[in-house]
Design a protein around this ligand. Structure first.
Ligand code: ATP
Ligand code: MG
Length: 456
């Protein structure tokens, strides 16, 4: 069942139930009030008659006095102690015949349902004792058909019935209109999603009115999600194309040397050695590159960091020792305070420092200095080399994926242009900063800014 129809039927059923309840209450209240009023009028009339008659009056004057009070479809009687009729006036013989007289000591009001001329009629009977009128143990009895009440009851039932049917009809109409208003944006969203499913192309939901309601929030969230997907999709395809481009060069070198070997290599010892050397080094390059690609892929997944408190002094000392050993270069660590604690993912932070030291080693020949400073709530790691430096206009680009300042030079040094991109991404995950200051021909200083940990 469609949701619009469901909303419509449910609201109408609910409304009908409420209306029926209200109608029942209105009907009961109306009937009670009207009957009470009729009873009041009846007893008032009885009291007036009692005042106006006396046993000493002549029988004809009593009769005519009683007649004065006679209304449509009624009778008035004076009854003896045993209920025998002493006087009776009526304009509805059938009614007078049906109701048996009854003498009373106190006022009594009775309502009876009586079949008159084939129809069920409601009759109100008021009985009062005749005191101070000279009659002995006699009673006055007034009986009248509640004809007006019946008519009013019928009119009320008709009004309630018609208004209920009208209300249900209006509720169905307005329910349809309302559910259409609510469902329009949802249908819009469903259409867009089906479009995306069919074509496989991310697409945004059009927002026509600024309604600021939950449906708009839903559409906005969906659009943000699509933006993000598009961004990731673009990033991924860009990465795949950049990566394949990067792999193309070493593969071409390998292929051309392999061809050379196939044709002349075995005869020419020198050429064979050169070819093997080149193939080996290019294969190494590819291996390193693929490792870096995997690093990028894992960082772009934005996996959660495994944070722990790291004391930067022994941490840097260990890394520096390993690098010095591997590259036989002078790398000095400078710090004034101890300990220097930060909260970080140890492995990832190590990767950042190695990337920066690797650059400093590759792009300089002199010593390298590493400084650890405290700056307010932050700890700053500075890696400074005195090498070729980076041209001012290039600094803004070097954090981009696969960006290298001097492509030819980087080929010699074997870089793929991903180091600084990975370092920046890791720093971002740590909510830290990475900044570069460099002067061509003088050297480069990379600053890592991390918030200090208060834990010991
Ligand atoms: N300390 C530095 N001195 C001079 N140039 C640098 C320095 N660090 C980075 N660069 C320049 O910035 C570019 C980008 O550096 P990045 O570390 O991202 O890539 P890469 O070193 O070329 O390759 P990878 O680090 O992936 O092996 C480098 O190619 C280099 O031109
Ligand atoms: Mg590098």
């Amino acid at each position: 069942m469609r949701i619009t129809l469901k909303i419509n039927l449910l609201t109408t059923a609910w409304m009908l139930l409420i209306l029926i309840l209200i109608n029942v209450v209105v009907f009961i209240l109306f009937m009670n009030t009207t009957l009470n009023m009729e009873e009041d009028v009846g007893s008032q009339k009885a009291r007036e008659i009692v005042k106006s008659i006396h046993a000493n009056n002549t029988s004809s004057s009593i009769q005519s006095e009683l007649k004065n009070y006679l209304t449509d479809n009624s009778y008035i009687r004076i009854l003896g102690p045993k209920g025998q009729i002493l006087y009776e006036v009526t304009n509805e013989e059938a009614l007078a015949k049906k109701v048996k007289g009854k003498s009373v000591n106190t006022q009594e009001i009775e309502r009876l349902g009586i079949k008159l001329k084939g129809e069920e009629k409601q009759v109100l009977i008021v009985r009062v004792p005749l005191e101070d009128t000279g009659f002995h143990n006699a009673s006055l009895e007034i009986g009248e058909e509640l004809a007006g009440l019946e008519t009013r009851k019928d009119i009320l039932l008709w009004i309630l019935g018609v208004s209920t049917v009208l209300a249900v009809f209006l509720s169905l109409l307005s329910g349809k209109w309302l559910s259409n208003i609510i469902m329009r944006p949802i249908s819009n969203m469903i259409n867009t999603m089906e479009d995306i499913e069919r074509s496989g192309v991310p697409k945004k939901i059009m927002i026509h009115n600024d309604t600021k309601d939950e449906l708009q929030t839903l559409a906005n969230t969906f659009n943000r999600m699509i933006d993000r997907l598009e961004e990731n999709f673009e990033k991924q395809s860009q990465f795949v194309s950049d990566a394949s481009h990067e792999l193309k060069t070493p593969l071409t070198v390998i292929k051309s040397y392999a061809n050379l070997l196939r044709r002349h290599g075995l005869e020419d010892q020198e050429l064979a050695e050169e070819a093997i050397q080149a193939i080996h080094s290019e294969a190494n390059r590819i291996q390193k590159m693929t490792e870096t690609f995997l690093d990028v892929a894992s960082i772009e997944k934005e996996i959660a960091l495994e944070m722990s408190v790291v004391n930067l002094i022994p941490f840097c000392q260990t890394i520096l020792k390993q690098m010095k050993q591997a590259y036989k270069r002078e790398i000095n660590l400078h710090y004034e305070e101890s300990p220097m604690l930060i909260l970080a993912d140890e492995l990832k932070l190590k990767q950042v420092i190695i990337i920066l030291l690797d650059n400093a080693i590759k792009y300089s020949h002199d010593k390298i200095d590493v400084f650890l400073d405290k700056n307010g709530d932050n700890i700053v790691v500075r890696i400074k080399d005195y090498g070729m430096g980076i041209p001012q206009e290039e600094i803004k680009n070097i954090f981009e994926r696969f960006y290298r300042v001097d492509k030819a030079r980087s080929r010699e040094t074997g870089g793929s242009g991903l180091g600084l991109y990975i370092a920046k991404s890791i720093m971002k995950l740590h909510k830290g900063e990475i900044k570069i200051k460099s002067k061509e021909g003088e050297g480069t200083e990379v600053k890592l800014i991390l918030s200090a940990s208060i834990e010991l």
